[in-house]
Design a protein around this ligand. Structure first.
Ligand SMILES: Cc1ncc(COP(=O)(O)O)c(C=O)c1O
Length: 426
């Protein structure tokens, strides 16, 4: 064991053989973490706990973040090189890396069938911040037409982040209600309602609604792909009523579905006015982006928004490499292939457990297996057997491994998943 791990063990762990963490008082009470797992290093789709001498296949990739794998050597090289050149200079000045990433985001988006009129980028440091910017931009656009045009439409099962604006458009009441008054004028619609009913709501409230925000595949809510015809119809109604459409691609974007963006699967008429990205964009380094068209940018003025860290050269140098790697036909095809393999095997597992697994859904490498009851015990059993998976919504196990995961590790991970189900139900 390395000196650093030995020191950690002596300082924070109990002396029993399980080595569980005893020093819990140091972190605020917001996460329930397993006591017997301390991640010390990672390599592509594997994580290691050198304190407890355990190895895990990782189907979580840090919640859809390390798309190009843990400890990606090229990313490490770029970080080292850039850190020795320039880490931060602020948004007061131009830096080559910031412009380069913005150019790559816009150009690759257009080339790979994403937002057809993408034109400008706001860079920040997280997903929730990318959505804050999107909401502010949509509101500014609405107010420029009519001062009452400020409201936002969001959807049931949505997740957009934890800061006050993004939280206001996040569906789960457990996340919102403890914090009292949030951003006003948010309406949560049900995507399963008839399109005509949704469109009617939009047109009859056009004077008070500035924007509509939606994940093309809802992630945290339970891996629910939104039907293309709904997105086409919503965009049409919004366009007719001067309402800005925002797609949150923070979890489902950047190659996860086998195309650069989830909305790259949609016809042009359903493309958004704004879309947001984060998570995989820095492969673990915190970075976010809000990509807009000229219509949105025309409503903005100098001073309307800002950030200290956003667009720093270190994050942008990494982001440029991530985009270059993912926006490659062969890479995207490999994601589709792996996704099909994972889906087929999950469907076979579901067929063996019809009383427990309700549905397998998703696209590419953003997949969910919905159980009849809470899958918390399956997740725990999988962990004990050497596989990390997370839940989404109340009853879905989510599969978001590194896009670079080896087929062999998908197979091994699914063998463990199947054993965990068997252990839970026998
Ligand atoms: C769809 C979506 N939007 C926004 C966020 C918030 O991103 P962050 O945690 O980087 O603030 C998340 C995070 O899980 C997400 O899945």
């Amino acid at each position: 064991m390395s000196q650093i791990n030995q020191t950690f063990k002596e300082t924070f762990c109990s002396s029993d053989s399980r080595g569980s963490i005893v020093e819990e008082q140091l972190q605020v009470t917001t996460y329930a973490k397993p006591q017997d797992l301390i991640i010390t290093r990672g390599s592509n789709a594997k994580l290691y706990d050198d304190i407890n001498n355990k190895e895990y296949i990782d189907f979580t990739s840090g919640i859809a973040v390390t798309g190009l794998g843990h400890s990606n050597k090229k990313v490490a090289e770029i970080m080292f090189k850039q850190a020795n050149s320039l880490v931060h200079a602020s948004n007061l000045y131009y830096t080559p890396e910031t412009l380069e990433l913005s150019k790559k985001l816009v150009e690759n988006t257009k080339k790979y069938e994403g937002q057809f009129d993408a034109s400008r980028v706001f860079l920040c440091s997280s997903g929730t911040e990318a959505n804050e910017a999107a909401l502010k931009f949509a509101k500014k656009h609405g107010i420029s037409i009519n001062p009452t045009k400020q409201g936002i439409i969001a959807f049931q099962n949505s997740f957009h982040g934890r800061t006050m604006g993004a939280l206001s458009v996040t569906w789960n009441a457990k996340y919102r209600e403890p914090f009292g008054d949030l951003m006003p004028n948010v309406t949560f619609l049900n995507i399963h309602d008839d399109l005509a009913k949704l469109q009617e709501f939009i047109s009859s409230n056009k004077d008070t609604i500035a924007g509509l925000i939606i994940e093309p595949i809802q992630g945290e809510g339970g891996i629910f792909p939104i039907p293309a015809e709904k997105l086409v119809g919503l965009k049409r109604a919004c366009q007719e009523n001067d309402i800005i459409v925002i797609y949150d691609e923070i979890q489902c974007g950047l190659g996860r579905t086998g195309k650069l963006w989830a909305h790259s699967h949609l016809p042009k008429e359903a493309h958004p006015d704004i879309f947001t990205s984060a998570k995989a964009l820095g492969n673990g380094y915190p970075i976010g982006a809000t990509i807009v068209n000229e219509k949105v940018n025309n409503a903005l003025q100098i001073g309307d928004h800002g950030t200290t860290f956003g667009g720093n050269p270190l994050g942008c140098a990494i982001g440029a490499y991530v985009i270059d790697t993912i926006a490659d036909e062969a890479f995207l095809k490999s994601v589709t292939k792996k996704g099909e393999f994972l889906t087929n095997r999950l469907t076979q597992i579901a067929a063996k457990y019809p009383g427990q697994i309700k549905e397998v859904r998703g696209k590419g490498l953003i997949l969910g297996a919905e159980f009849i009851d809470s899958p918390a015990e399956i997740v725990k059993n999988a962990r004990d057997l050497g596989l990390l998976v997370i839940t989404a919504g109340k009853s879905t196990v989510r599969f978001v491994p590194a896009l670079t995961i080896e087929l062999e590790n998908i197979e091994k991970g699914l063998d463990i998943f199947e054993q965990a189900i068997a252990k839970t139900f026998t």
